[in-house]
Design a protein around this ligand. Structure first.
Ligand SMILES: CC(C)(COP(=O)(O)OP(=O)(O)OC[C@H]1O[C@@H](n2cnc3c(N)ncnc32)[C@H](O)[C@@H]1OP(=O)(O)O)[C@@H](O)C(=O)NCCC(=O)NCCS
Length: 187
């Protein structure tokens, strides 16, 4: 199986990330092209600031924009890039210290997205598995991941990493109140 590693973003790896954005990929599954355009602009304006924003365990960064246009305060988090010689996707992790709780608008501890031209190589599964020891190291007893009922690929990624279905739930109005699936992975 091809292998991808996780790395923290830096200037050296940035051009490959920019190329993926330029090819139409975005880590934001909900806001898609609009989010990609905003990121490209942010990278042009301040590439080092953009890179720094991807590691933010003290939640010092700007507010998070939700799909309905509202903004909410950031919680601690970081983003890692999947890399197999070039950028393949990203996995984000956010948490609150001392608790497994998340704000109601925050859809899970972990989110991931693989560029369309590198899917079905096992990369998302490898990335999720690689992140779990770090989550455990932060004191979390479990992580929760949410996905849409029709997102079979994401559900299989979670199951392959040891997750199980916890419940069906209704997303907050920020996301249009649609149904979601909440999975848990015990650490
Ligand atoms: C979900 C996503 C990250 C999966 O990435 P990936 O690297 O292709 O996943 P993997 O190669 O690790 O595949 C994991 C499992 O999903 C299965 N799978 C992958 N794509 C699939 C698809 N389109 N339909 C059905 N099953 C799929 C694989 O066969 C594998 O199953 P297995 O463990 O039983 O062998 C990728 O499709 C993606 O980026 N989608 C858009 C963003 C997204 O939906 N993110 C998740 C939000 S919750």
């Amino acid at each position: 199986m091809p292998h991808c590693q996780l790395l923290q973003a830096d200037r050296q790896h940035l051009p490959s990330y920019v190329a993926a954005l330029g090819a139409g990929w975005s880590a934001d599954n909900v806001r898609g092209a609009a989010a990609a355009a905003e990121e490209l602009q942010g990278i042009r304006d301040d590439p080092d600031g953009f890179i720094a924003s991807l590691y933010d365990p003290d939640a010092t960064g700007s507010a998070i924009k939700l799909p309905d246009g509202s903004t909410v305060p950031r919680i601690p988090g970081f983003v890692r890039w999947m890399w197999d010689g070039e950028f393949c996707g990203s996995v984000g992790f956010r948490w609150t210290y001392g608790s497994e709780e998340l704000p109601p608008h925050c859809l899970g501890h972990i989110g991931y997205s693989v560029v369309p031209w590198k899917r079905r190589r096992g990369y998302a599964t490898q990335a999720l598995k690689a992140l779990l020891p770090e989550a455990k190291g932060l004191g979390l007893r479990y992580v929760q991941i949410t996905t849409d009922p029709d997102n079979e690929a994401s559900q299989r990624v979670i199951l392959a990493a040891g997750g199980y279905l916890l419940e069906r739930f209704i997303k907050t109005d920020h996301y249009g109140g649609a149904e979601g699936l909440r999975y848990r992975i015990d650490l």
